[in-house]
Write a protein that binds this ligand. Structure first.
Ligand SMILES: Cc1cc2nc3c(=O)[nH]c(=O)nc-3n(C[C@H](O)[C@H](O)[C@H](O)COP(=O)(O)O)c2cc1C
Length: 188
């Protein structure tokens, strides 16, 4: 397959732990995608300069060229727009998605200025939480936020994998979950 025909998958690691539980799940999804010929790029969001949306609404004006904040999001906008699929990896922090994930997601308000159909994506979500239950952990709050957000912009969530794990690497003990993550990657 030549490079142009390859599907582009962009992985957004939303944990400060670069090799933590959600990064492991994201890696399995990436490996599934690569096994069917996709090209994967991974961004460690915590190491990037992404400021919070300032609610200036500049990006919503008809003549606007995009978000006026000059930070790493300017590069990320183009990567988000060019990718066929996004893999969103986020731990549960305080009963919702991580701050790192919410930062870039809020900034997607401006994404419409960075491509023809910037939200026509397939989306895979990977989450982990320290509690034993997806409801009491707050994982379901995050999933609801993703579902509402992507329904609003017309993107398609093709699958969500999540599991309980507290310490970095604990998720590796959940073989069924890793397998589900790899299978999810094949759908991207
Ligand atoms: C600041 C912080 C807040 C957390 N809040 C929650 C929470 O609300 N619910 C929960 O079940 N686990 C919570 N956890 C535990 C993490 O979700 C859990 O350790 C997860 O596996 C981390 O994934 P990671 O290794 O990819 O960072 C929290 C951890 C941190 C550091």
């Amino acid at each position: 397959m030549n490079d142009k025909a390859k599907k582009k998958v962009l992985v957004l690691l939303g944990s400060p732990r670069k090799t933590g539980n959600t990064a492991i799940l994201a890696q399995e999804i990436a490996s599934g995608a690569e096994s069917v010929g996709a090209a994967v790029e991974t961004l460690y969001i915590n190491g990037m300069d992404i400021k919070a949306c300032q609610a200036c609404w500049t990006c919503q004006k008809e003549e606007s060229k995009g978000c006026p904040i000059d930070d790493d999001m300017q590069t990320i906008y183009h990567k988000l727009s060019e990718a066929d699929s996004w893999v969103i990896a986020s731990p549960v922090h305080w009963f919702n998605m991580s701050t790192q994930t919410k930062l870039w997601l809020d900034r997607c308000f401006a994404l419409q200025k960075y491509g023809e159909n910037p939200f026509r994506k397939k989306i895979a979500i990977a989450m982990s939480f320290g509690d034993t239950d997806p409801f009491t952990s707050g994982c379901i709050n995050a999933i609801r936020s993703f579902q509402d957000s992507f329904r609003y912009v017309g993107a398609k969530i093709v699958g969500i994998v999540y599991g309980s794990a507290m310490n970095p690497g604990d998720i590796s003990g959940n073989a069924d979950l890793l397998k589900a993550a790899k299978e999810l990657g094949k759908k991207l």
